[in-house]
Ligand binder design. Structure first.
Ligand code: BDR
Ligand code: CA
Length: 307
């Protein structure tokens, strides 16, 4: 079993990640930490708690940062709606409560008391992870791996930058320069995990409450991706991290150096992926470049059938 802390900003694809991780025997969720990103941290926390409730997941949920290290929060309501999880009906007030410890302190405590076997799985801006590394650098050698969704060789928020990195590029810089091994699922690979209408049709036949809920999430997500990007489907970006933990053979990787741009007028938040080794710098990232699409949806289907 992989011990993980899911650091997230649900978010349709974050919610789907939590759901996929919940029942899978290969994943052991130590806790969930929330961050402001797709919407404010109040909303991402509420959404995380509602998802836990829905799938019967009983793990600590800790509230994290609600802004980037050096600037105010920018949100993605155009993609995820005002609640961050528009589409399906969810309770106004979750029945579960967050714990009474800040996400950053939760991450630090769990890592320090671990045997170095916890993976961090950030699927939102990297603010909490950077803050934890700054507050307690002793955690850095304790992190077994950071399995993150972010970046890519092109952007979706600006021509150069992907949303999670763009929201807090300074935090991303801290994390990418920390020396911790990073498995990076950027847009190059997450756009291959495209939930189309055919996918939702298939998932509908599973016929349990959780699968139906995922279909409702995907219907909304597919709709906004059509409106905003004219895509014929919604990429379930964040779910690539969990799919990797369950079955690493679904992906191929390149071991490369990645720098984070924090100064560019047009390129702020860009992940500079040195695919052709032009910098001569030591690789710091396993960059996912291809996905076995058929097996990905098989795994998605099988995992939802467990509910
Ligand atoms: C990322 O941004 C968010 O909107 C998604 O949840 C995902 O983490 C994709 O760029
Ligand atoms: Ca996310």
């Amino acid at each position: 079993k992989e011990k993980v802390i899911l650091d997230c900003d649900p978010g349709h694809d974050d919610a789907i990640s939590i759901i996929l991780a919940t029942l899978h025997e290969k994943v052991d969720i130590v806790g969930i930490t929330t961050v402001g990103g797709n919407v404010s941290v109040e909303k991402t926390t509420k959404n995380a708690l509602n998802i836990c409730d829905l799938v019967g997941l009983n793990v600590p949920v800790a509230i994290g940062a609600n802004r980037a290290l050096t600037k105010p929060l920018s949100v993605a309501e155009s993609i995820h709606g005002e609640s961050g999880l528009d589409g399906p009906e969810l309770p106004e007030e979750p029945t579960l409560n967050p714990i009474d410890q800040h996400a950053v302190d939760f991450i630090i405590e769990k890592l320090l008391e671990s045997d170095g076997d916890i993976k961090l799985v950030p699927t939102g801006p990297l603010t909490n992870i950077a803050l934890a590394m700054i507050k307690e650098p002793k955690i850095i050698p304790k992190i077994s791996e950071i399995v993150l969704m972010g970046g890519g060789t092109f952007g979706n928020w600006t021509p150069a930058a992907e949303f999670n990195i763009w929201v807090d590029a300074e935090a991303a810089k801290v994390v990418y320069e920390s020396g911790v091994p990073i498995r990076m699922f950027g847009l190059d690979v997450t756009h291959q995990a495209l939930a189309t209408k055919e996918v939702t049709k298939r998932l509908q036949t599973i016929n349990n409450d959780v699968a139906d809920f995922v279909v409702e999430l995907l219907d909304f997500f597919i709709h906004t991706y059509k409106e905003v990007f004219d895509f014929d489907g919604g990429p379930v970006h964040d779910a690539c991290t969990i799919a990797y933990l369950i079955d690493p053979s679904l992906f191929t990787f390149k071991h490369v150096h990645v720098d984070i741009e924090t100064k560019g007028e047009f390129t702020y938040g860009m992940t500079c992926v040195d695919l052709l080794e032009t910098t001569g710098k030591e690789p710091n990232v396993y960059f996912a470049d291809a996905l076995d699409v058929d097996r990905f949806w098989d795994l998605f289907d099988e995992t939802l059938q467990k509910f």
